[in-house]
Design a protein around this ligand. Structure first.
Ligand SMILES: [Zn+2]
Ligand SMILES: [Zn+2]
Length: 256
């Protein structure tokens, strides 16, 4: 399974993009860096876009990719929980801020939406997918993806502390999660439900206790201004836990 990080941060400039994953060129998780990273051919090749939650940095390119789908006369298949679909329908695809691609063109809307239920496995082609709720400021799910040849990764999406419940349902060979800020921002992390290196440590310790192993960990959603500080704290944490923890970057490709 080929995992490409189209974006790895929580902010955007000309060189950094919003956290977005592309799997085997066919599945995307989140839409913060889809249209800005992919050629039109690559966009049209997508089988599905899985959304984790309704925050702007994760849904940003849904209207844009729907507009491309309209002009290229194709469909874009989007999967999310009811909460995310409702947020998109109410605030963005409402005929006011942008066209309502959930209903337009009439009778054959360009966005084909599938509402998913947390903790109920489903399949897209030969990929097995499980959405697992995590602890964030709006309803959020992480996704465990199992490839046709049995490779498994879990992406927590944006999350704060408290993943012990979620670990019960997943058994990844690779864990992709977030660290938004360095340790001195722990109060911010607890308040806004994001992780710092120290908060991540608690979650990894609880994973290891429950599952008896620690997979390699790749991080996204870093605040670019504090990335050097995060990187140093993560290097110390990786050494302490004896496992590989690395920061993703735009264009990073992992073959699982
Ligand atoms: Zn968020
Ligand atoms: Zn975010």
């Amino acid at each position: 399974m080929d995992i490409r990080f189209l974006g790895a941060h929580n902010c955007e400039t000309s060189t950094i993009k919003l956290a977005t994953l592309l799997i085997d060129d066919t599945l995307a998780i989140d839409a913060g860096a889809l249209t800005s990273s992919l050629s039109i051919e690559a966009q049209l090749q997508l089988k599905a876009v899985l959304l984790t939650h309704q925050h702007y940095d994760h849904i940003r390119d849904i209207p844009a990719i729907a507009m491309n789908a309209l002009f290229y006369e194709t469909d874009i298949h989007v999967y999310s929980t009811k909460a995310v679909q409702e947020a998109l329908a109410t605030h963005w695809l409402n005929g006011t801020t942008y066209a309502n691609f959930l209903e337009k063109p009439e009778g054959n809307p360009r966005i084909k939406f599938t509402i998913i239920e947390p903790n109920q496995a489903f399949q897209i082609d030969a990929y097995k997918i499980l959405a697992v709720p995590v602890n964030h400021s709006v309803p959020t799910v992480g996704y465990q993806i199992t490839s046709p040849d049995g490779k498994v990764f879990f992406y927590t999406a944006d999350t704060g502390p408290g993943l012990a419940e979620c670990w019960q349902y997943v058994s990844p060979q690779l864990l992709i999660t977030e660290v938004t800020a360095p340790n001195r921002y722990e109060a911010f992390g607890r308040r806004s439900l994001h992780l710092t290196p120290n908060l991540l440590k608690d979650e990894l310790v609880s994973f290891q206790k429950l599952k008896g192993y620690l997979p390699p960990v790749v991080l996204v959603h870093m605040n670019p201004r504090q990335e050097k500080e995060i990187e140093a704290e993560i290097a110390a944490l990786a050494e302490e836990l004896g496992t590989g923890i690395t920061l993703a970057y735009e264009g990073l490709q992992i073959n699982l």
